[in-house]
Write a protein that binds this ligand. Structure first.
Ligand code: 5GP
Length: 189
């Protein structure tokens, strides 16, 4: 009997979780990547329903009140992000391989409710490289960068809570290792 698999990918700020999950969305159609709800406004090029469901604060409140979120968290002390319980459950019921790309607080909540899921920690090749990536991205103000680095230090310490660690040296390598952990064959290149 094939067991539907839920895999949770988490890791420190700016480690490249978003890049790895985008790569998986583009290259591994067998993986069902959960689309989160968020109160953050869309960045240029982001599409509602594809990258996130962009919600008002009131709409997000309603999802929380109605128990529709499998997990949710305030990320970087600013916006709320959450996983829609029903769509994830439906994909699992269909036997799909489901991937959640969420922050550490969210991963801990999923571990409480679904301890049999596979928890994967995405680690930077080094602290220096992580700082370089965060600053290089240029999308945050210096204050926001500082806040994200503080968060990242705490998040790095969480690695032992996870079943597996994948080092994000290149996006292809990290994605291949992640899909292998999900029981899929990596792409032949
Ligand atoms: P960004 O605003 O850069 O798209 O995402 C910021 C952070 O929010 C990332 O660390 C990402 O993993 C996290 N995130 C995205 N969706 C969710 C979610 O549904 N739940 C939780 N807990 N975190 C999320």
């Amino acid at each position: 009997m094939s067991q539907p698999r839920l895999t949770v990918l988490a890791g420190p700020t700016a480690v490249g979780k978003g890049t790895v999950s985008t790569y998986i969305r583009d290259n591994y159609p067998e993986v069902w990547l959960s689309v989160s709800a968020t109160t953050r406004p869309p960045r240029p090029g982001e599409v509602d329903g594809v990258h996130y469901f962009f919600l008002s604060s009131e709409e997000f409140d309603r999802l929380v009140d109605e128990g529709q979120l499998l997990e949710w968290a305030v990320v970087h002390g600013r916006n709320r992000y959450g996983t829609l319980r029903r769509t994830v459950q439906a994909a699992m019921d269909e036997g799909r391989r489901v991937l959640l790309e969420i922050d550490l607080q969210g991963a801990r909540q999923v571990k409480e409710s679904m301890p049999d899921a596979t928890f994967v920690f995405l680690a930077p090749p080094s602290w220096e490289e992580m700082v370089r990536r965060l600053v290089g991205r240029g999308t945050e103000t210096p204050d926001e960068q500082q806040q994200r680095l503080e968060t990242a230090k705490l998040e790095l310490a969480a690695e032992p809570e996870f079943n597996h660690t994948v080092v994000n040296d290149t996006v292809e390598h990290a994605a291949d290792e992640l899909v292998s952990l999900m029981g899929l064959l990596p792409l032949q290149r």
